[in-house]
Write a protein that binds this ligand. Structure first.
Ligand code: APR
Length: 252
């Protein structure tokens, strides 16, 4: 029996798989941001988990109050090492962009709380660019009536809405198309901090696997696609990812 701890053997195997991959895509969910102080949704203290028990969200920290954590920066290093070809994220917290991920290398499938978009031409703007004040102009959700005082698109004068995708909202076409292309091209998908409960986002790992890619899942609780993973690590992303990156630096 090897005296190397199991977790170290698994990290070594992941390092080998990343080293041997030609097209690594990373897929993230809310679990990658819990070590920044945000709640996830379906983890043991998740927003929906607690809501089902009649409890309020645990942390109550707002996106503006938190910073990227070690897991976000480890993914940024995979980008900088040229190993990560694309990042697909379900998170709206802006922490991947804030960690330095190139905006051309990430699809934020559920939008970004800092960004508004034009309902007509799909152009993106920050609230600051638009002079959009939520106190005066409201949240700008597509499902809410437009207000006469709301700023309009700086490009085409169209209606401005929040880029955040709420349940029953249509998914952003551009992000879905580019994510589909990268998921089809990848030979390895690293899934981090997602229960893989919500479609269509959670279809991407399954599709990648179907196209012949290998899946690695790093997640504390079980996910809906654990059976598809070549390696399944039940551990904190902020503990595992820096180990993977440090070992990759030694072998590349
Ligand atoms: N390291 C690894 N895994 C973690 C960590 C961590 N530090 N913290 C939490 N997790 C795991 C939890 O065990 C959980 O299974 O992350 C997973 C997060 O799953 P969800 O809370 O379901 O979040 P996500 O998969 O991103 O949800 C998808 O659902 O409510 C919608 O729009 C919302 O984008 C969200 C979508």
């Amino acid at each position: 029996m090897s005296d190397i701890p199991q977790i170290e053997r698994e990290v070594d195997k992941i390092v080998e798989m990343i080293k041997d991959s030609t097209y690594l895509v990373v897929f993230t969910g809310a679990g990658i941001s819990t070590e920044s102080g945000l709640s996830d949704f379906r983890g043991k203290d998740g927003i929906w988990t607690r809501k089902e028990k009649g409890l309020p969200p645990k942390h109550g920290k707002h996106f503006d109050e938190v910073k990227p954590n070690k897991a976000h920066y480890a993914i940024k290093e995979l980008q900088d090492m040229g190993l990560m070809k694309y990042l697909i994220s379900q998170n709206v917290d802006n922490l991947h962009l804030e960690s330095g991920i190139d905006s051309s290398l990430v699809a934020e499938l559920h939008g970004n709380y800092k960004l508004m978009k034009c309902f007509e031409c799909d152009e993106r703007f920050t609230s600051v660019e638009l002079k959009w004040d939520r106190e005066i102009h409201g949240r700008g959700f597509r499902t809410e009536p437009q207000q006469a005082n709301q700023p309009v698109c700086l490009e085409c004068g169209g209606r401005i809405i929040s880029s955040v995708v709420n349940f029953n909202d249509p998914m952003p076409e551009k992000e879905m198309k580019i994510s589909k292309d990268h998921a089809a091209k990848c030979d390895l998908m690293l899934v981090i901090g997602s229960s893989l409960s919500v479609q269509p986002a959670s279809n991407f790992p399954r599709k990648a696997k179907k196209n012949g890619a290998k899946l690695i899942i790093i997640n504390i609780d079980p996910t809906t696609q654990d059976d598809l993973a070549s390696i399944r690590i039940t551990n904190k992303a902020g503990d595992i990812l820096p180990q993977i990156v440090e070992k990759l630096k030694k072998v590349l």
